[in-house]
Design a protein around this ligand. Structure first.
Ligand SMILES: [Mg+2]
Length: 173
């Protein structure tokens, strides 16, 4: 079923996340992918905009976990200044580390949301785990080769998803 590949929401960037709405929906924990969700995959450190954003999230009571498929080196270094929960080599779409992240944040499935740039890892994995997902546009055109080969298919799924949203809106009127 293609719906298993649909996110709960699709937005341009992490800065468009509607925090008030998340709070209203009882969300306390945010699980972020790193590469191309927060920064390009070849940027070692978070920029100040990310650092400030995370600080603001924390001040608003959100707990954060980074769940990445990248290496321990990459994730630990990236997290040095952020100091949030972080899991590397997650093998998304496997759900293991999403479930582990819930445990670390002491959240139930319906109290967390996953934010990522990839349908086949972040969104599909989140749907399998029963956690809501926010798909964001990749922050950079640069991808690792294994990601690059999936982008064409992803674009087709996103356009189907957008049509699906439109149709459902009309049904609701
Ligand atoms: Mg990514």
């Amino acid at each position: 079923m293609i719906k298993k590949l649909y996110p709960t929401q699709y937005i341009q960037s992490i800065y468009e996340i509607d925090l008030l709405q998340l709070k209203k929906n009882g969300i306390r924990g945010i699980i972020f992918d790193i590469d191309n969700t927060l920064v390009p995959y070849d940027e070692v450190e978070p920029n100040t905009k990310i650092i400030d954003f995370f600080e603001m999230l924390r001040k608003n009571g959100f707990i954060i976990t980074l769940v990445s498929n990248n290496t321990e080196d990459r994730v630990v270094k990236f997290n040095e200044k952020l100091k949030v929960f972080a899991l590397h080599k997650s093998h998304k779409p496997l759900t293991r580390n999403f479930i582990k992240a819930l445990r670390m944040m002491k959240c139930e499935k319906n109290e967390a949301i996953i934010v990522g740039d990839q349908i086949f890892t972040d969104v599909f994995g989140g749907n399998k785990a029963g956690i809501q997902t926010i798909l964001v546009r990749p922050v950079s055109d640069k991808d690792e080769w294994k990601t690059k080969i999936k982008r064409g298919v992803e674009r087709r799924i996103i356009s189907k998803y957008e049509k699906y949203l439109e149709q459902n809106q009309y049904k609701g009127e």
